[in-house]
Design a protein around this ligand. Structure first.
Ligand SMILES: Cc1ncc(COP(=O)(O)O)c(C=O)c1O
Length: 325
């Protein structure tokens, strides 16, 4: 019989689950920022509390990066989604009533949005916004700001929480991105209009879009200077550049109409997600009618596709947030 000192300590249920997860899933998690060590396996979530596989309760200050705005398993949201069960689910043709209601609600809340589409994630939303801007302007470059995060697609996956050496330089978030894709995205400093003007001077008539989080939450919630946002709006208007607000974090949170409701500046396109579905995967983008009508669904030349776009079952989630129209 092994002595106490040499006995292998018995793993808790949580440790067992974590080990199994690491065998089955790279790093044991489905998104790299979740790799925070122990506790790692959770079994329940309700309101502000999450419970791990060992039965320990935690107050969830993370809130899935702000997606679970109303708290976990909000009963109104759950009931609204449950209402769709047995009534409707994914339909690969036409449009559903819930999609029309969702578009109406988004457009009522965000006045700069004349038309909108729904996607499944913020990444898809900023992807569509950037592609649309390139198509509409016929220009190559996109300008983003050091520190802003817009998802993981190639056009925006650079210069987020860079090291001191990486900031301002060429700091891709991932291997495997084509050099051309990285280099077609230019970097300026948030709240520094001079740095933006410099990039515009270097690439005259070549910048398709300026994309920003109006409040860069991904590097600790920098507050925008009013004159900076106004200056961007003016510069984009005078140069024919598409101004994209990425309100994936700020949308439906800083104000029902997002940060643009508070600052009073209308971007050309807006991307949103997260809080829209209180944990259900629904996101979207929208903006100026003339830009949105470039989608090939409306006879334009920009591809709009996605098996799960506009999934009416998930669209039920936003009804729990708001009214019951
Ligand atoms: C500002 C911002 N934009 C876009 C995204 C990407 O959204 P998703 O993770 O839903 O693809 C995120 C995600 O954290 C975000 O914070």
């Amino acid at each position: 019989m092994p002595s106490l000192s040499t006995a292998t300590p018995v793993a808790t249920a949580g440790e067992e689950k974590r080990r199994k997860a690491v065998r089955l899933i790279p790093g044991g998690v489905n998104s790299a920022t979740r790799n925070v060590g122990y506790p790692a396996a959770f079994s329940h979530a309700r309101g502000s509390t999450i419970t791990d596989s060992d039965g320990r309760e935690f107050v969830d200050y993370h809130c899935a990066f702000g997606a679970t705005l109303l708290g976990h398993n909000d009963e109104r949201v759950n009931a609204a989604v449950a209402e769709t069960f047995g009534t409707i689910d994914l339909i690969g043709l036409g449009v559903t009533e819930l999609e029309i209601q969702a578009a109406q609600l988004v457009q009522d809340l965000i006045p700069s949005v004349d038309m909108s589409i729904t996607t499944m994630s913020g990444t898809e939303s900023t992807f569509q916004a950037v592609r649309l801007a390139r198509a509409a302007t016929g220009r190559k470059y996109v300008l983003k700001f050091q520190g802003c995060f817009h998802g993981w697609h190639d056009a925006v996956a650079r210069n987020v929480a860079s090291s001191a050496e990486g900031a301002w330089g060429r700091d891709p978030l991932s291997a495997g991105i084509l050099d051309d894709a990285i280099d077609a995205t230019l970097i300026a400093e948030f709240n520094d209009l001079g740095s933006v003007q410099e990039v515009f001077d270097r690439y005259p008539d070549q910048i398709a879009a300026v994309i920003l989080e109006p409040v860069p939450h991904n590097v600790g919630a920098l507050l925008p200077i009013d004159a900076f946002l106004r200056g961007l709006r003016e510069l984009c208007t005078t140069t024919g550049t598409v101004l994209i607000f990425d309100e994936v974090i700020t949308g439906f949170r800083h104000a029902p109409g997002g940060y643009q409701e508070l600052c009073g500046i209308a971007p050309d396109l807006t991307a949103y997600g997260k809080a829209m579905g209180n944990g259900f995967p629904v996101a979207g983008m929208g903006g100026r009618r003339d830009l949105m009508e470039r989608f090939n669904s409306a006879g334009g030349d920009v591809m709009l596709a996605g098996t799960y776009n506009g999934n009416p079952r998930i669209h039920g989630s936003r009804r729990g947030h708001h009214d019951s129209d």
